[in-house]
Design a protein around this ligand. Structure first.
Ligand code: 13P
Ligand code: SF4
Length: 329
């Protein structure tokens, strides 16, 4: 329904139309760092999952145009139910969400009644509703540190983030077996070749990367944490092991530094571009603002249950906004 042919929008000045509609609708445009540069550049705010959740909860706009993936737009709707939340392409999902169907998650929870569910925000509203506390990559460490050591924990759906936290905190957790297909695609062999080519150049990695990539990282953190690391870097080059669209913000902020995306399997593939994030385009954003479609709608019972676990995250994470930091590996 919201898949325009290029022909139909020929001659439309998309940028000025988006800006016009934004004012007309009293809309705010929120974008994740993995969006295309043209979308990041027109957004009112670009951030990581935690920062975007906070912005969505605080905005006084009538419409939130969310340029990210569905679980992020759902989070905005959970926190701001009175707002109209639009996502340019409803098919913008996430492999982590797909890996964790609510029915199976509920059965797993029921099988472990003495465990709490600490759940990564990259999941459906239904899974959030079945969880106790939500975390993002920039809030996970602060939150985990507040959970008593004798409390048993299920961590889902990202087994790499869960494994990273578990190793760092020396704490056993039952890990749900989901992965991010984008971070999973980095190649250790190719990364080692790149490091040999750039001796001494640091590597910054997202904790969704598997351990064989994290093991070579000088810094591990959320997208905003990696961006902050790039800003404060004393050297002039950085290898970036996360979705490469974040490099746009790094180059804007630090034009004299060189940022190199970590390679995938053949050293030169586009396998580290998130295919879900890439579904959002200027054309679809324009149509979404014009038609106020596709909209995020949620069952009220699920929304309220999901809000409880998200609110718990926002309370426990307070003070972490902007730091985006899981620290060194
Ligand atoms: P951040 O919260 O670090 O931006 O991560 C979101 C995400 O989906 C990473 O793949
Ligand atoms: Fe999901 Fe990975 Fe894309 Fe992030 S990069 S939205 S975790 S598939």
């Amino acid at each position: 329904m919201n898949a325009p042919s290029r022909e139909s929008l020929k001659g439309v000045d998309l940028l000025s139309e988006i800006n016009r509609l934004k004012k007309e609708r009293n809309a705010v445009i929120l974008a994740h760092y993995y969006q295309k540069p043209e979308i990041q550049d027109l957004a009112d705010f670009v951030g990581d999952s935690l920062e975007l959740s906070k912005r969505a909860a605080e905005t006084d706009a009538d419409v939130i145009a969310f340029c990210g993936v569905k679980f992020m737009a759902e989070t905005a709707k959970i926190l701001s139910p009175q707002k109209t939340v639009i996502l340019p392409d409803l098919a913008a999902g996430c492999s982590l969400e797909d890996a964790c169907p609510p029915g199976k998650f509920k059965a797993f929870r029921d099988a472990h009644p003495d465990h709490i569910a600490l759940t990564y925000i990259n999941c459906s509203a239904e899974v959030k509703a079945l969880s106790d506390i939500i975390v993002t990559s920039s809030s996970a460490e602060t939150i985990l540190a507040q959970i008593p050591l004798d409390q048993k924990i299920i961590f889902g759906p990202d087994r790499h983030l869960g494994g990273y936290l578990s190793r760092k905190f020396n704490r056993d957790m039952l890990l749900w077996p989901g992965v991010c297909i984008v971070h999973e695609a980095f190649s250790e062999t190719e990364l080692l070749k790149l490091k040999a080519q750039y001796p001494g150049v640091p590597v910054a990695a997202h904790p969704e990367c598997p351990p064989h990539i994290i093991d070579h990282a000088d810094y591990v953190g959320s997208t905003s944490g990696i961006l902050q690391f790039a800003r404060t870097l004393t050297g002039d080059t950085l290898i970036v092991a996360t979705e490469p669209h974040i490099i746009h913000q790094m180059e804007k902020s630090e034009p004299s530094k060189k940022f190199i995306g970590a390679p995938g399997a053949d050293g030169n593939c586009a396998c580290n571009i998130c295919p879900y994030m890439a579904l959002n385009t200027m054309e679809k954003l324009y149509l979404a603002l014009r038609d106020l479609q596709p909209q995020i709608t949620l069952d009220e019972e699920i929304r309220l249950a999901a809000k409880r676990s998200l609110d718990r995250m926002l309370e426990m994470a307070s003070g972490t906004i902007g730091k985006g930091d899981l620290g060194r590996a």
